[in-house]
Design a protein around this ligand. Sequence first.
Ligand SMILES: [Zn+2]
Length: 254
Amino acid sequence: MDLTEIDSFDISADHLRKVVALTGAGISAESGVPTFRGEGGMWRQHRPEELATPQAFASNPQMVWEWYLYRRQIIAQSNPNAGHDALVELEKVLKDRFILITQNVDGLHRRAGHKNPIELHGNIFLNRCNSCSERYPDDTLDFDKLPPLCLNCQGQIRPDVVWFGEGLNHVTIEDAFLHSQQATLFLSIGTSAVVHPAAALPVVAKDSGALLVEINPDRTPITSLADAVFTDSSAQVLPDLVNKIKQIETKSKN
Ligand SMILES: [Zn+2]
């Protein structure tokens, strides 16, 4: 099913009782953020899959931090795009009836102005103690000597992200599943829908009765499940989709 015309996309006020969006690498790629994966993400002859692990941090925390600070620099050069902005707009319109879940660690949704995204894989601009899990904003830490140390327990501070071989935060993932089950409209945006458990969220939403919309130039495992598929970029589709939702919302209030 290939729907490219927003006008022919049929949704009603009923679908707006609870809207959940899941975003993945695609929306960040449109801002020029590299995926830092595979051969293309090589850094000082290391593959990302070798650096983003608890083992790498245990054996060389300084090197892992240098890589993350490099990634932060690259990401800081990118800006949120029209897709990120449209989702901020959607939050303003629907307020707590809109939940944003992201697989991205680049913090672009927050930079666009989104208040409280559920960040499944953490956020590269946040820090936490590897021993006691205390979280620290950048300005409370000393980055001159890497790794920075915990003010509570002297443990090593790490980026607050989920590494290869690590499980997701329980509370975060339970939250994401609960919201997806309650969704009346679920938007799957720029995600390949193959990395679990995030890949299960659109399926759970659909099984619980949500209208499932996919926005992705590429076909994914959920394309055949989706009620509507937009194959243009999210920066093109989301502003129009959010405008349409705003119109429906305005009408239903009058
Ligand atoms: Zn600590």
